[in-house]
Design a protein around this ligand. Sequence first.
Ligand SMILES: [Zn+2]
Length: 237
Amino acid sequence: MTEELFRHDAYLKSCTARVTAVDAGGIRLDRTVFYPTGGGQPGDAGVLLRGDGTQVVIADARKGPEPGSIAHVPAADQPMLAVGDEVEAVIDWTRRHRHMRMHTSLHVLCAVVPYGVTGGQIGDLRSRLDFDIGDGSLDKDHIAARLNELIATDKPAVPRWISDAELASQPELVRTMSVKPPSGAGQVRLLEIEGIDLQPCGGTHVARLGEIGPVVVEKIENKGKRNRRVVVALRDP
Ligand SMILES: [Zn+2]
């Protein structure tokens, strides 16, 4: 198991940790600030620093081979670490913070577009959600205006936990059909943007909507008869 510090504080940029495994599956630590690819959000990049100055560049983070573990995937030709090494794990904060802004903007987009989500992908400059609009239609300018209006309310985005049983009794909380919420140990993590959006989500988010800054709706793509892809980008990356 890797203790997932980012679940409770998305603003942690670094932590100390101990190496628990090193093999072709990547480097595992007892605790980490690296978010592993999942829920449409890319894994973090960064570095692992050993006390003697050894630096291992990490290109990606993914779910590890053991249940509950996170694998830090080194870039090519990096020095080796050994089990038991003490390291400082440092993420590429500039990139991660953009992921947090973009990720949170997609929660707001969910609130603006009143259709089921069938897929999505977060990037550091642009992100997308796919909607099953049925016989409906989408207006790019209206979506952009409403999205920026809600972002400007600067409402807090707050994670909270509920039991699996509570979630099972409120299936309407699951807006994203393609993404299974993180559950386990009987608890599910929700993200609540008061009065705007509430849904299970294990990703990293900014604390307040204003931190997203202005966004643009770059395009709405036709992805089949019922499906539309809405592409949103940060105006000031
Ligand atoms: Zn989220």
